[in-house]
Design a binder for this molecule. Structure first.
Ligand code: SF4
Length: 310
């Protein structure tokens, strides 16, 4: 079957099975092309919460599909490749949280959404890069806070809020490689370009980067919005280069410069059209979270939605 035939079959099965296809900005362009909704972690979780479809086919990595399942327990959540993991989510496990809680019984655990369901079940409030500063600022000043697992996002939030935070030493293997040196050399080569940086990047909290007026530290969806709203005509995009596909489609007159076009999230890109079709035909791989974990994990996401809406 060629790609066009696969797409037609996906379209037929999507309707037959009442499925919505959600895709992250970092997936392959062919996946973004067939998605009903493309977003970042916050947008995708909000969409999973409000969809009426019976089946959510999640094109992304496993923790994202788990999040959709936590939010929408009555729905069938499918992921086309069950091995699509995340170096960041895997850097912290429930025992790490339990150990911190033993030492800090009154402390507040704030977990980035890039965590497993088991970690979310021990988390007080989840956050995404779009709302992390707002979540931290909502916590009483005298509270002890653990922020995990992304150390770069934590350091950026610490800089922005001035809060004292216990920082878990995890990182995204893709964003860790977006260094200050690489970004500075692109700035020198592209005068006039605006610089949009994802806070997971290792350069996101560097004082010499942050003091620049042409730098904006934003979530992935925040970057897409800024690219449209800004009067600038060229942008240095400091995140996984998959987002450039949507930016180029949405703003064809503007120029988007990736830091490193080869530095991709190969976990997100495990999802292919063939696997999406297989997933719809076989209704596999279904995400199944024990209710005892799901029920404990849900309030951490619900608190995030609530604070995010204030
Ligand atoms: S880009 Fe990084 S944080 Fe996102 S899924 Fe890939 S490894 Fe995880």
């Amino acid at each position: 079957m060629n790609k066009e035939e696969i797409k037609k079959q996906i379209e037929i099965l999507r309707k037959e099975k009442d499925a919505i296809i959600l895709a992250h900005y970092y997936t392959n362009p062919e996946i973004q092309d067939i998605a009903d909704y493309i977003g970042d972690s916050l947008g995708l979780s909000q969409m999973a919460a409000k969809t009426d479809s019976s089946v959510i086919l999640f094109c992304g990595v496993k923790f994202m599909a788990e999040t959709a399942s936590i939010i929408s327990p009555g729905k069938k959540v499918l992921i086309p490749d069950i091995t699509a993991g995340c170096s960041l989510a895997e850097s912290i496990v429930r025992e790490n949280i339990l150990e911190w809680k033993r030492k800090n019984p009154d402390g507040i655990v704030v977990s980035y959404i890039n965590t497993t369901a088991e970690v979310k079940a021990l988390t007080d409030i989840c956050c995404t890069s779009a709302n992390a500063a707002k979540i931290i600022s909502s916590i009483p000043e005298d509270a002890k806070i653990l922020f995990g697992p992304d150390k770069n996002l934590a350091k950026y939030i610490q800089t922005m809020t001035g809060r004292d935070i216990d920082i878990w030493d995890g990182d995204c293997c893709v964003h860790e490689d977006f260094t200050k040196e690489k970004v500075e050399s692109l700035i020198a080569a592209n005068p006039g370009a605006e610089i949009l940086i994802h806070p997971e990047s290792s350069c996101s909290h560097d004082p010499s980067i942050l003091e620049r007026e042409d730098v904006f530290v934003l979530s992935t969806s925040g970057m897409v919005k800024r690219a449209g709203d800004s009067p600038a005509q060229s942008f240095i995009i400091v995140t996984e280069p998959g987002v450039l596909y949507q930016m180029n489609l949405m703003y064809p007159g503007k120029k988007f410069i990736p830091v490193d076009i080869g530095n991709k999230c190969y976990q997100m890109r495990k999802v292919t059209l063939e696997k999406v079709l297989w997933s719809l035909i076989n209704e596999e791989f279904e995400i199944s979270i024990p209710e005892s974990i799901r029920a404990k994990a849900y309030p951490s996401i619900e608190r995030m939605f609530h604070i995010n809406s204030l």
